[in-house]
Design a protein around this ligand. Structure first.
Ligand SMILES: Cc1cc2nc3c(=O)[nH]c(=O)nc-3n(C[C@H](O)[C@H](O)[C@H](O)COP(=O)(O)OP(=O)(O)OC[C@H]3O[C@@H](n4cnc5c(N)ncnc54)[C@H](O)[C@@H]3O)c2cc1C
Length: 541
């Protein structure tokens, strides 16, 4: 005799393609990669399939383990991952989410990859860290053609090869980045790791890095103080003769989230490294990598919003309260529509920036200049929004959202990370203002893009005039950094939505985000908007 019936619980969302939202596909076509739609859709379905959802869950419930020594006391410095982690990596590499676009001459290859990152990210965020770094390392390596010629083909090859072996003997390579030290991560110029020329074309690096993620990677871009100043080095984990480099893992961080990804502390004890770029130009060199990882932070933020929103809408569709589905309750409609507006704006802007990256790589200087400011403001704003967005999406599931089975706690723990690494909030905001001050062409390119929407809506024009005024006043600009950058980010999103977006979404965005008819929490949109159209578009198709 059953003691209770289960009623009013929502069916699982697993199996549905929840990431390839219309805004993603429209952006894909608009930015020149319509040819990839089939692959993007396929990856979206795959990522949310029960097989890959389980792989992602297991990889997070059983985080990697550090083995510093073997049974005889020899140092081995190995990190053991669950097979599911390697499977996730293998799939991401096989689908070209790592360095593949750099070897793909097709127009739109970086746009296609961006959409695939969003689509596949639903399986697990942790392994996207090394995937992203492997993508991002290429532009930095290209500053040194010999190194790029040797390693780029393996960083873009679609084979995942986790074996411990000299890099040039492998079928494919994974790259990491080692900048942060105990005394400072944002202020990398304070690095104390030293690099001494070894007289044989290399350098010997000695120092301690406080954060180095994916420490089982094959190659690391590492910052160290050379005789000519802070410089960037390529450090292999295994030396060309097969011996291990003097790269010792001290411990793995016990992190809030991002559990499937290992983040280690590393002791460099005379480790071999090869100079990338010029001596003394370490920051300028590694920033080429950081810019690309910032793109991925923004993609992951847009993807995270989409996943949270999809779960929230799904729950509200099937859950009844007070005699009606939650989706029919006006207060819930406001919350969901407000979340949907940010999610759609985020997807639209990251696809536009991916298009700029693609065209910039192919020599379009105007797009490169636009990307400099557009990416900086977007990285700041989307990564900051993601945490609030995820909390609200979680709350839409009520108590069920607070329970691990729902998957929402994993999203929640992941959310703050994209805002911390690759330039924490303030640093990202200040960096935007610095770029604008140092490179006036980037400001022109950015405002030229905003101007494309001028005249379409007086509320947009007013917000644009206001931000111009803010920027013309240099007093206390650092104090106002977040506020100004936030306005720039919202103007960019608004201009794109007005030009290309769904009219109902654009109207809600302009009314709330630009004309400021809005509250503090989500769910404070003004009355009179076409929320049915907004939610219809946001529903899992
Ligand atoms: C899970 C994880 C993985 C990581 N993986 C890597 C990795 O693989 N490689 C790597 O090199 N690093 C990695 N990091 C480190 C990360 O990049 C740094 O934590 C980050 O850059 C911030 O540096 P910090 O922790 O030293 O903080 P700090 O630089 O001390 O900053 C602390 C706070 O002060 C703010 N701040 C700093 N300067 C200013 C200023 N001038 N004005 C106003 N506010 C300011 C920052 O925004 C931040 O909020 C990782 C971090 C985490 C959490």
């Amino acid at each position: 005799m059953p003691t209770h019936d289960v009623t009013n619980q929502v069916p699982p969302l697993v199996g549905a393609d929840i990431t390839t939202h219309p805004a993603l596909l429209e952006g894909l076509h608009r930015e020149g990669a319509g040819w990839a739609e089939g692959e993007v859709r396929e990856l979206g379905e795959l990522g949310n399939s029960s097989h890959w959802q389980q792989a992602g869950r297991l990889a997070n419930e059983h985080p990697p383990v550090l083995r510093t020594h073997d049974r005889y006391g020899n140092r081995v410095d190995e990190v053991e991952y669950l097979p599911q982690y390697h499977d996730l990596m293998r799939t991401a590499v096989a689908r070209g989410l790592h360095g593949a676009p750099w070897a793909d001459g097709r127009v739109g290859s970086h746009v296609a990859r961006a959409a695939k990152v969003i689509a596949w990210g639903v399986a697990d965020a942790g392994h996207m860290c090394p995937i992203s770094m492997t993508y991002a390392v290429v532009p930095a390596l290209r500053t040194t053609p010999d190194l790029a010629a040797a390693y780029e083909p393996l960083l873009s090859n679609a084979e995942y090869d986790p074996e411990l072996a000299p890099p040039l003997t492998k079928r494919g390579l994974i790259a990491g980045m080692s900048m942060t030290e105990k005394q400072g991560g944002s202020d990398v110029r304070a690095n104390t790791t030293r690099a001494v020329p070894d007289g044989d074309g290399g350098y010997r690096l000695t120092g301690h890095k406080w954060f180095t993620s994916a420490p089982m990677s094959d190659l690391f871009l590492t910052l160290a103080q050379a005789p000519g100043g802070l410089s960037c080095f390529l450090v292999p984990r295994v030396l060309p003769d097969g011996r291990r480099n003097a790269f010792y893992l001290q411990r793995l961080k016990d992190k809030l989230g991002n559990k499937s990804n290992a983040s280690g502390e590393v002791e460099y004890d005379g480790a071999l490294g090869w100079l990338v770029g010029d001596e003394g130009r370490g920051v300028a060199t590694i920033i080429e990598m950081v810019n690309m990882t910032r793109l991925d932070c923004s993609l992951m933020a847009a993807g995270g919003m989409r996943v949270g929103l999809a779960h929230a809408i799904h729950h509200a569709t099937h859950r009844q309260a007070f005699g009606k589905a939650l989706l029919e309750q006006p207060a819930m409609v406001n919350v969901l529509a407000d979340l949907a507006v940010d999610s759609e704006a985020a997807t639209t802007v990251v696809m536009r920036i991916a298009g700029a990256v693609d065209r910039g790589v192919r020599g379009d200087a105007g797009e490169k200049a636009f990307q400099r400011v557009a990416l900086a403001v977007t990285k700041y704003y989307l990564c900051k929004r993601l945490s609030a967005h995820t909390v609200e999406a979680l709350e839409c599931l009520g108590g069920n959202g607070y329970v691990e089975d729902s998957g929402m706690p994993r999203l929640y723990r992941e959310a703050p990370l994209v805002s911390i690494w690759e330039g924490s909030g303030n640093v990202a905001a200040l960096d935007t203002l610095r770029a604008m001050a140092k490179q006036p062409d980037t400001v022109e390119a950015f405002f030229a893009e905003l101007e494309l929407a001028a005249g379409t809506d007086p509320r947009f024009d007013d917000a644009l005039a206001l931000v111009r005024k803010e920027l013309s006043d240099l007093d206390d600009l650092q104090f106002r950094a977040r506020r100004t950058v936030e306005q720039l980010a919202m103007l960019l999103q608004g201009s794109l939505l007005l030009r290309h977006g769904d009219p109902a979404v654009a109207e809600a965005f302009v009314a709330s985000r630009l004309a400021r008819d809005w509250g503090v929490a989500y769910g404070t949109l003004p009355a009179g908007l076409d929320t049915a159209a907004i939610l219809d578009r946001a529903r899992v198709q």
